[in-house]
Design a protein. Structure first.
Length: 634
């Protein structure tokens, strides 16, 4: 990245994109984005500041250059505006840091544009905050709004997309995290994203995440910063904003490439966790975990993770004890909370760890960071987990029970995970549970861990294989599938509770595994309770998957959106070759619909249900609830 500031002009660029910001009297008044590949430019309206924070007045600020941005100094509050650009990608990331005191905002009179149409421009700039803005004078803009949802214990619509015509005179406001503004005349899209928690979990949410003012100005709003969190002593960051340019047909793939940029390239793994059978902590003990390890080795699982119940302390999730705690105050409740429960594990974890090592497996543990006083004890949590890593080689930790209420808490949790990465040289893996509570969602501090997306149980009749596939398929348009854990349950449990033709017991377990194989497969069950047929099916598909998974790269959802009655799947772009996972749901349709412009799909089969003919063109599946996994010859 090249970053320069000279003559009131800030320039940030790489070989793919250039962003320039012009300042007048300390105020950033115009932003220009240039796509160096196409030569196309997006330019904001110079009458409005590029950013505006309620109570912050940067007029007359003294500006000095930083290595990666600029410093704006005012009598009451200083602003550090930092930029970064991923190598070879057409994206610019920017973050505002504030230190000082925010004043009460002052309103000014409305102004009118050159055609006499009244604008709320200057007034609205001062009565709501935005961390970044850009613009276009095109009269032929489309807008895709992508709103992501977590707290999946209570919701099953994880991606909502809204497509609208962005009328150039329209004043509009939307909620979401990703916004794709397409220019129909040039077939180019500007991607704008706010790296924040999901809408309802954002700090200082002011009612919308995106606004257009009817005069070509487009803003990323609710930057997650206000007078209450800004300090005279420390720099407080707003939510990072991302702007990128690309051809419209490539917008989703390019966004996924950006998401994956700068992140450690972790190997794929299959992880097991027994909580999916709803026995909670009742079964967890040394003898039970030894049986689980034996079964995991038989199946080909890589990591065995012990959920809540291994620790000496008692949580509210315990089925054995009442009066436990949740989220915060663990050490205050019990100084030995994170010691191993010697009643369940008389020899500590050593016998379990030795059995795992003998069978070529890694171990993981459930853990809940201490939320007391906005996670101020994160350094103690780092020491606790690094002890397990350095002494016992336990490297996979599921983070649960979190409630991240404000920016300080967000920063402390980020420091916790960053501290683990530094101490372990990147070898500790965090599975960030986003199923409940106010958590950091999909975009905030991306790359600090894999996402544990959902809890589903046959006991509660809320697990259906097709809805898990649906959620993965929808999220994988925007979030790299390799960063998400999705579950496979024991399909034979609680069959009597279901009456639908889409009941788990109607599926083969290798089909259920194939449906989440593009993500990080989570064996969400007590494996030692599986029937022999399901053990055999899992052995076969896991062995086939592991022969090629190290080549997996970007995952692209294809076909129809899964409903239980669709032809669907994933195209996986590998480092050496490409792969296809085709899934025929409960439908009479037997071929995948393709665009007329796409070349026919030709597969070399790796594995399939009932051995369908891999030479069919286009590929065909023989019956409902079948899968075909193969190498794509293009």
């Amino acid at each position: 990245m090249n970053c320069t500031y000279s003559n009131n002009l800030l320039t940030v660029e790489n070989d793919a994109i250039r962003r320039t910001i012009r300042f007048e009297n300390g105020v950033p008044v115009q932003s220009t984005l240039l796509n160096k590949t196409s030569g196309l430019t997006w330019e904001s309206d110079p009458r409005f500041p590029v950013f505006s924070i309620r109570g912050l007045d940067v007029s007359g600020a003294r500006i000095s250059a930083l290595a990666n941005g600029v410093l704006l100094e005012t009598p009451t509050c200083d602003v550090r505006w930092e930029f970064s650009i991923p190598e070879n990608l057409p994206f610019v990331e920017s973050t505002l840091f504030l230190r000082g005191t925010l004043k009460q905002p002052q309103e000014v009179s409305d102004v009118a544009d050159e055609n006499g149409v009244e604008l709320a421009g200057r007034k609205s700039v001062l009565t709501y905050s935005y961390a970044d803005s850009f613009g276009s004078q095109s009269e032929n803009l489309s807008l895709r709004v992508v709103e992501l949802h977590d707290q999946t214990d209570y919701t099953n619509t994880l991606v909502q997309t809204t497509d609208v015509e962005l009328y150039f005179r329209e004043r509009a406001a939307y909620n979401g995290q990703i916004f794709m503004i397409g220019d129909r005349m040039t077939n180019e899209t500007c991607i704008a994203a706010k790296l924040s928690p999901c809408h309802d979990a954002q700090y200082a949410q002011e009612g919308s995440d995106f606004r257009s003012d009817g005069n070509g100005s487009i803003r990323l709003c609710s930057p997650g910063i206000d007078a209450a969190c800004v300090s005279k002593d420390t720099w407080t960051p707003a939510y990072t904003c991302v702007l990128g340019l690309c051809p419209t047909p490539e917008r989703e793939a390019v966004f996924r490439r950006w998401y994956a940029s700068g992140m450690p390239e972790e190997p794929l793994y299959i992880i097991s966790n027994t909580w999916g059978d709803r026995n909670q902590d009742k079964c967890i003990c040394e003898s039970f975990m030894l049986r689980e390890i034996e079964c995991a080795a038989q199946l080909g699982v890589d990591v065995v993770q012990i959920d809540d119940g291994w620790e000496h302390g008692i949580t509210q999730n315990s089925a054995l004890h009442s009066g436990g705690v949740w989220s915060g105050g663990y050490r205050a409740f019990d100084p030995d909370f994170w010691a191993v429960d010697r009643t369940k594990f008389p020899g500590g974890l050593e016998p379990v760890l030795e059995a795992a090592k003998t069978n070529g497996l890694r171990m993981g543990l459930w853990f809940s960071p201490d939320a007391a006083n906005d996670y101020e004890n994160y350094r103690l949590d780092v020491e606790t987990l690094c002890d397990f890593f350095e002494k016992d080689d336990i490297a996979y930790f599921k983070f649960d029970g979190m409630n991240v209420e404000n920016r300080r808490a967000e920063q402390n949790v980020a420091e916790l995970i960053t501290g683990l990465a530094k101490r372990s040289n990147g070898k500790i893996v965090v599975n960030m549970d986003i199923t409940a509570g106010r958590r950091m969602g999909y975009l905030l501090h991306r790359g600090l861990g894999d996402l544990f997306v959902e809890n589903r149980y046959t006991d509660w009749k809320n697990y259906y294989p097709h809805t898990t596939l649906h959620n993965l398929w929808q999220l994988a348009h925007y979030i790299p599938a390799s960063r998400m854990l999705f579950e496979v349950l024991n399909l034979r449990r609680n069959a009597q509770l279901y009456t639908s033709c889409l009941a788990p017991s109607a599926y083969d377990i290798d089909y259920a595994f194939a449906s989440v194989m593009a993500a990080r497969p989570l064996i969400w069950m007590e494996m030692s309770s599986l029937c022999e047929e399901d053990i055999g099916r899992l052995q076969t598909i896991i062995a086939a998957y592991k022969t090629v998974r190290d080549d997996f790269g970007d995952v692209e959802p294809i076909g129809e959106c899964p409903t239980g009655f669709s032809m669907t799947g994933f195209r996986i772009h590998g480092k050496k070759q490409n792969y296809l996972i085709l899934l025929r749901e409960n439908t009479q349709q037997s071929t995948l619909k393709q665009e007329a412009s796409e070349p026919p799909l030709v597969l070399r089969k790796i594995l399939a249900t009932n051995d369908p003919d891999a030479g069919m063109n286009p590929p065909s599946l023989s019956q409902p609830r079948c899968y075909l996994f193969g190498i794509l010859n293009e």
